[in-house]
Each structure stands twice: as C-alpha cells, then as structure tokens.
Design a protein around this ligand. Structure first.
Ligand SMILES: Nc1ncnc2c1ncn2[C@@H]1O[C@H](COP(=O)(O)OP(=O)(O)OP(=O)(O)O)[C@@H](O)[C@H]1O
Length: 312
C-alpha cells in the first residue's frame, strides 16, 4: 500500500494551538520523535466510581481481591496505573471482563475524567504538561491532533448516517483542514488503505458489514496522522476470518505509518499477534507487564499463568 499524504495534510500535526497553551506546543509526527523518549507516559492513573473513603484510599489495605471498597462501595476501575509507550510501539492491554481496560483507554482519550494521575505526550508541549489537567478545549485539540481512537462499537466512533468519506472529512476539519479537494483525496487514500472500494466511499457506514465499519473507523482515526492510536476490543464480535483481516490491517498500518498503539483486548491471541509489550490488568491493577513473548512463554503472576494456559 502506498503511503501518500497530500501536501497540505502532511503537516496535519503542526496546526496552531488555540487558548491557554503556547503556540509552540505544536504536535509533531511520530517520525520526528526520538525513539528513546517515550511518546506517552502515564503515572498513577486511577479512576474511582464512588466517593472513596480513608479505608480504600490506602491501597495496601485494600488488597487485590476486589476493585470494590467493602466500606464505602466505591469501584476502583483503575488503580495507580503507570506505564509508557514508545514511538511506533504496540502495547497490549489484556485482562478479563471488568479488569479496567476500557476505563483506562477512556481516561486516556478524555472520554472520562481520571480521578488521579498524570499523562504526558512527548509531541505536545515537549511532554511537560499533565494532559488530564488541560481545559476541555485543549483536550479537544489533543484528541484532534495527537490521538486516534477506535471503539469496539463502531456506533461510538462513526456517524452512521454520514458518508464514509464524510466521516473522514469530519475528523480532518476538526484538525483544521478545510480544502475540499484535498480532503476528498485524503479520504479516498485512507479508505483505499483499509480496502473499502472507492465506489462505496460516499455510502454511509450503516450500509456496511461489521468488519467494514471497523475498517472505516480505523481510517477515520488515522485521518489526522496521529502518532498515537488507541484501539479498544476492535475485533470482538467479528467473525474469525474478518478478525484476521482487521488484525492484518492494524499490523500493516503500524509497519507502514509507524503509529504507536495501545491495543486493548480480553483475547491473548490478539495480543500475541499485535503487541510488542503487554500489560496484564486484574481488578484495576497491573499485575504484570513486559515483553509479550516473555509474558506468554514465562508468565510470573498466577493470574497471567491462568490466562496463558487457557489460551493453550
Ligand atoms: N460509570 C461507571 N460507574 C460505576 N462503575 C463503573 C463504571 N464504568 C465502569 N465501571 C466498573 O469499573 C470496572 C472496570 O470496567 P471496564 O469496563 O473498564 O472493564 P473492562 O476490562 O473493559 O471490561 P470488558 O472487557 O467487559 O469491557 C468494572 O467493575 C465496572 O463495573
């Protein structure tokens, strides 16, 4: 596949930043970033649903058997998560249902306001600001210029009644691109990359199969050339053959565009196929993280051992 980006859109990440951030906070593409510096750094990310209390504020007392505080009933969906992601790397996040995977990704994409912690991205203000503390307007800017998101449910990521090219146009316009001809060229290029026939680019995604909708969602998420892509259970619910096609597509995009990705899945098979490094979540806590091969071949934590053995 040819990696063509129209000239005007190639500088997509260099648009000026409105409001309180200084204008030299321009985002840059993944290829401009030193590979030694993490693209994303997350420290102490917690998301608590409920009031919290002195008892559950103390993690050592709470233990890891449950994410629910026995005193105040608060749910700790994520608890003090710390990790980094390097440019072009794929980090897998695996864990059973309710382990906090989706909540973590929602916090990173600002769909939810994290209760605590920090997140920095090296391509935004040189990684010097905690993005969780930015204004709503700046968070919109970061979503539009630095990140892409692919949801398990394509209805969350796509406007089903817009045309597929219109969906991509929406993302480009949000990232300050207004040249109609170039937007259309970019939409055709992206839809071609994800193998949507160009004859169908003006059809709404509601006419498409689940696998096609996921592919349109992926092309929309890539429209602004983000250095960081978040993918939440993107193959869950698809037929096995369609799953394989979407996973192949994700791999080829990563190779071709060098986009860093966080791939969330409850399926270790998906993680094995895609992720360089893997983080295992249980009850909102990281129980193990490391190279995917190492985790699969020599899991240390009993929970990971259970997950890995269930795959065999
Ligand atoms: N808005 C909410 N209010 C209360 N609890 C919530 C809320 N959202 C999530 N939770 C709880 O947080 C925990 C983690 O949920 P989350 O959806 O992040 O898990 P998950 O690992 O993504 O699960 P799945 O694979 O089933 O989607 C669960 O116990 C869930 O019930």
């Amino acid at each position: 596949m040819e990696s063509y980006v129209p000239e005007e859109l190639a500088g997509a990440n260099e648009a000026a930043v409105p409001d309180e951030a200084s204008t030299d906070s321009a985002a840059v593409s993944a290829s401009d970033i030193d590979v030694e510096i993490p693209l994303l750094q997350v420290r102490g990310l917690s998301q608590r649903f409920g009031p919290g209390c002195a008892y559950c504020a103390e993690p050592t007392i709470r233990g890891e058997e449950s994410n629910r505080c026995p005193r105040c009933g608060s749910i700790w969906a994520c608890r003090s998560l710390s990790f980094e992601l390097y440019p072009g790397e794929i980090l897998g996040v695996v864990g059973e249902s309710g382990s906090g995977k989706s909540t973590m990704v929602k916090c990173l994409y600002f769909d939810e306001q994290a209760s605590a912690g920090s997140m920095t991205v090296s391509s935004y203000e040189n990684g010097s600001v905690n993005l969780f503390t930015r204004s709503a307007q700046q968070k919109r800017y970061i979503r539009n210029h630095v990140m892409g998101m692919v949801y398990q449910n394509p209805y969350l990521g796509l406007r089903m009644n817009f045309s597929s090219s219109g969906n991509i146009a929406e993302k480009l316009i949000a990232a300050d691109h207004f040249h109609v001809g170039r937007i259309r060229e970019r939409a055709a290029d992206l839809l071609g990359k994800v193998e949507i026939p160009l004859s169908r680019m003006d059809e709404p995604p509601r006419n498409f199969s689940g696998g096609m909708q996921q592919r349109v969602q992926i092309s929309k998420a890539l429209a602004n050339n983000p250095p960081l892509l978040l993918l939440d259970e993107v193959t869950t619910g698809l037929d096995l053959s369609v799953q394989a096609k979407v996973l192949d597509l994700i791999r080829s995009i990563q190779r071709e565009l060098n986009v860093a990705m966080i791939v969330v899945s409850h399926d270790l098979g998906v993680i094995r196929m895609l992720a360089n490094r893997t983080m295992v979540l249980r009850q909102g806590l990281i129980v193990e993280q490391g190279l995917t091969d190492q985790i699969l071949e020599d899991p240390q934590h009993p929970y990971t051992q259970l997950l890995v053995h269930s795959l065999l």
